[in-house]
Ligand binder design. Structure first.
Ligand code: ADP
Length: 634
C-alpha cells in the first residue's frame, strides 16, 4: 500500500482563496473557530450515534459521547477531540483538502461584499468552518480513525497551500484536531477564555463539552473534568420555563445568527401524534436563504437524538426562513433517514407547523405591526410563494400580505382585508397593477378610471408578484383582477355613450389599424380620463411587466416567446388630440399627417406603460417635425 509514505498534496485553488479570506477578513471574530470545531465534533457524534442504531458493532462499546478541549501551555497547542464517527484517509482528503461544494463561489463573493459584522454568519452557513482554525493557528494537525477501521490517519497543514496525509496510530475511534496557536493567539489556552466562548456560542450543544481543570484546595492540587456547556434541550421544557435570553441564545446557535428572533413558537402536540416544536421566525432573510444550495428546514430529533440537521419535509419551501427543532417520539428510531424522510407522520407534523407559523405571523402583525412591517419587507417575498403553492392556506397567506396602493402614502401599507373594507358600494372586484416601481405605476394611464371613480388599486412592485398573483384568483369570494387588463364595468349611461362613439370612430380606427399593423387591435378606451392613448394586454397574454421580467431572467425564449406579445392600443375619444385626429380623417382620409400622429400616439402609450420605444430615433424625428412646423406657424 502507498499508505505507508507521507504524501504531500496541494489544496484546490479556491480553497487557498478561502483560507486567505477567512484569515484576513474575520480577525475581529476569531473566537468563532472554536464554535466551528465543536459543531463539527458534535455532528460527528450525531452521525455515529445514528449509524449505531442499525450497526451497534460500529460503536465498539465507546458511547460515552463527549467533546474534549485540551490546552497544553507548554507546547502552545489547543486540541478539540471527539469520539464521533471519525474520518478515513479518503474522507479526510475529500473533506479537508477540497471544497467540492457548489456554493464555494457564492461564499467567496458574499464574504467579499459582506460587512464585518455579518461575516462570521457566513462561515457556518456555507460549511467552510474547519478552515477558520487557521485564523488562530499556524499549523493544524488532524488525527482521526473512522468507525469500523483499524488504521488511523494523520493530516497536517500550515494553511499555505499544501497538506500532508499519512497513516497514524489512533487507539480510540474519533477525531482530534490539534491547533498550534500563533504566538499572538495564546489567550485560547486559558480556561476562562475557553469557558466563555463555549457558553456564548455552544451552550446548547447536546453532547458534553469537557475540559480538565486544575483546582487547588489548600495544599493539594487536583485535576477535575469540568463540563462547559449547559446542554439544555429547551424544546423539552415547558414553555413558561424558558426565558427570552435562553431562546435568543439557542436561536443564535442553531441559526448561526448574531441577532435575535422576532417570534418564538413553542408547543407540544399531544394526542394523535406526540411531538415538541420549538421554532423561530427570524428578523431578516439571512445569508443562507439567498443561495439555492442552502440547506433549510428545522432540525429533526427523535427522543432527543438528532436525526437530521435540516429536515426539509417539516416545512413547505415558502416557510424556509423558519429555524428550529422538532422532536417527535412517534417516529421509529431504528430505521434509515430515507425511510423517515418519507414517513407520512412528517406530513402530519408539517400541517401542524404550518398552521402555527402562519398563526404566529398573524399574531405578530396584530400585536406589533411596526416590527411586522420590517419582517415582511425581508421575508414577504418568500412567503408569497405560498399563494401559488399552498392552496389550502392561500387565504391565510393572503391575509399576511402588505401592499402599497393608490391610496396608501409612501412607506405605508394596506392589507386585502382593509382594501375590501374600504371598497365603495359600486366596486365588486379587487384590482392590482404590477410593475417595477411605485412611482411609475402611479402614472400608468390604466389607473385613470380607477382614480376617477375613487377605487383603490394595489400596486405590486415585487418581481415575484407577477408570478404568484394570478394564482390568487379570488380573496374570500372576491375576484382579483389586473388593472391593466380588465377595466371596471361602466355605468349604463357611460356604456351607451362609448358604444355610440365606437360607431362614429369606426372608420378612423380602421384606418389606424392599417398604419399600426403590428398591433393586435385598436379600440376606444373605457379606462382613460386624462391620457390620449394607452396599451393594454389581451386577456391571456403576458403583461408588459411580466415580459420585461422574463427578458431580464433570460427566459423569454424558454417560454416560447418570439418577441413581445401583441398589444391592444386604446384611444380616449374625449381627448382633444384624438378628436383632432378624428376631424383630420373626416376631412381627408388620405391626409399624410394621420399616419405620423398615429405613430406618436402609439409611442406615447409605449412610454406610459414603462417600456422602451422600439425606434427612439423615429420618435425623435416625428417630434422634431412637429416642433419645426408649430414654430414656423407663429
Ligand atoms: P461543514 O462542517 O459545514 O461541512 P467543515 O469545513 O467544517 O464544513 O468540515 C468539512 C467536513 O469535514 C465535514 O462536513 C465533515 O464531513 C468533516 N469533518 C470535519 N470535522 C470532523 C470531525 N471532527 N469528525 C468527523 N468529520 C469531520
Amino acid at each position: 500500500m502507498t499508505d505507508v509514505t507521507v504524501e504531500k498534496r496541494a489544496f484546490k485553488s479556491e480553497l487557498q482563496q478561502i483560507l486567505n479570506l477567512i484569515t484576513h477578513s474575520l480577525y475581529s471574530h476569531k473566537e468563532i473557530f472554536l464554535r466551528e470545531l465543536i459543531s463539527n465534533a458534535s455532528d460527528a457524534i450525531d452521525k455515529i450515534r445514528f449509524n449505531s442504531l442499525q450497526n451497534e458493532h460500529l460503536v465498539e462499546g465507546n458511547r460515552d459521547w463527549r467533546i474534549k478541549l485540551s490546552a497544553d501551555k507548554a507546547v502552545g497547542t489547543l486540541t478539540v477531540s471527539d469520539n464521533g464517527i471519525g474520518m478515513s484517509r479518503e474522507d479526510i482528503i475529500e473533506n479537508l483538502g477540497t471544497i467540492a461544494r457548489s456554493g464555494t463561489r457564492a461564499f467567496l463573493d458574499s464574504l467579499k461584499q459582506a460587512d464585518a459584522a455579518v461575516r462570521p454568519e457566513l462561515i457556518g452557513q456555507f460549511g467552510v468552518g474547519f478552515y477558520s482554525a487557521f485564523m488562530v493557528a499556524d499549523q493544524v494537525t488532524v488525527i482521526s480513525r473512522a468507525a469500523g477501521e483499524a488504521q488511523g490517519v494523520r493530516w497536517q497543514s500550515d494553511g499555505l497551500g499544501e497538506y500532508t496525509v499519512e497513516p497514524a496510530e489512533k487507539p480510540e475511534r474519533g477525531t482530534e484536531v490539534i491547533l498550534r496557536l500563533k504566538a499572538e493567539e495564546k489567550e485560547f489556552l486559558e480556561p476562562w477564555r475557553l469557558r466563555t466562548i463555549v457558553k456564548q456560542f455552544s451552550d446548547f450543544i447536546e453532547h458534553p463539552i469537557v475540559m480538565d481543570v486544575e483546582k487547588t484546595e489548600g495544599e493539594t492540587k487536583t485535576v477535575a473534568e469540568e463540563t462547559l456547556n449547559s446542554r439544555k434541550a429547551l424544546w423539552l421544557r415547558s414553555k413558561a420555563d424558558v426565558t427570552a435570553e435562553e431562546h435568543n441564545a439557542f436561536y443564535r446557535q442553531i441559526a448561526n445568527a448574531f441577532d435575535d428572533p422576532v417570534k418564538v413558537i413553542h408547543y407540544a402536540a399531544e394526542g394523535m401524534l406526540d411531538f415538541k416544536a420549538l421554532l423561530y421566525i427570524p428578523k431578516t432573510k439571512g445569508f443562507d436563504l439567498q443561495f439555492a444550495e442552502a440547506k433549510v428546514g428545522p432540525k429533526l430529533y427523535i427522543n432527543r437524538v438528532q436525526i437530521m440537521d435540516h429536515c426539509e419535509q417539516l416545512l413547505p419551501p415558502y416557510l424556509r426562513f423558519v429555524k428550529g427543532v422538532v422532536d417527535c417520539s412517534d417516529l421509529p428510531l431504528n430505521v434509515s433517514r430515507e425511510v423517515i424522510q418519507h414517513s407520512p407522520l412528517l406530513e402530519k407534523i408539517q400541517k401542524s407547523l404550518v398552521k402555527n407559523v402562519l398563526a404566529a405571523l398573524e399574531e405578530l402583525k396584530t400585536s406589533d405591526y411596526d416590527t411586522y412591517v420590517g419582517v415582511f419587507g425581508e421575508l414577504g417575498g418568500i412567503l408569497k410563494e405560498g399563494l401559488a403553492r399552498d392552496w389550502d392556506h392561500r387565504t391565510q397567506i393572503a391575509d399576511l400580505l402588505l401592499f402599497q396602493s393608490l391610496k396608501t402614502e409612501a412607506g405605508k401599507f394596506t392589507t386585502l382585508a382593509q382594501y375590501r373594507e374600504a371598497m365603495p358600494a359600486d366596486q365588486t372586484d379587487i384590482y392590482y397593477l404590477a410593475g417595477e416601481q411605485r412611482s411609475a405605476l402611479e402614472h400608468s394611464p390604466s389607473l385613470e378610471v380607477f382614480r376617477h371613480r375613487g377605487w383603490d388599486v394595489l400596486l405590486l412592485t415585487d418581481p415575484i408578484d407577477e408570478f404568484v398573483f394570478p394564482s390568487l384568483a379570488d380573496y374570500k369570494g372576491m375576484a382579483l383582477k389586473a388593472a391593466d387588463r380588465e377595466a371596471p364595468e361602466l355605468p349604463a349611461e357611460e356604456l351607451k355613450k362609448t358604444e355610440e362613439a365606437s360607431g362614429v370612430f369606426a372608420p378612423l380606427l380602421q384606418a389606424l389599424k392599417g398604419t399600426l399593423s403590428e398591433l393586435k387591435d385598436i379600440r376606444l378606451s373605457r379606462r382613460l380620463k386624462e391620457s390620449a392613448a394607452c396599451l393594454v394586454a389581451d386577456e391571456g397574454d403576458l403583461s408588459p411587466n411580466m415580459e420585461r421580467l422574463l427578458q431580464k431572467m433570460g427566459r423569454a425564449d424558454a417560454m416560447g416567446l418570439g418577441g413581445p406579445a401583441q398589444r391592444i392600443l386604446e384611444l380616449n375619444p374625449d381627448h382633444p388630440a384624438v378628436q383632432a385626429l378624428f376631424q383630420l380623417h373626416q376631412a381627408d382620409p388620405g391626409d399624410a399627417r394621420i399616419g405620423t400622429y398615429a405613430h406618436l400616439l402609439h409611442d406615447e402609450a409605449v412610454l406610459a406603460e414603462g417600456s422602451k420605444l422600439p425606434d427612439p430615433s423615429a420618435f425623435a424625428k416625428r417630434i422634431n417635425e412637429l416642433i419645426a412646423k408649430d414654430a414656423a406657424r407663429s
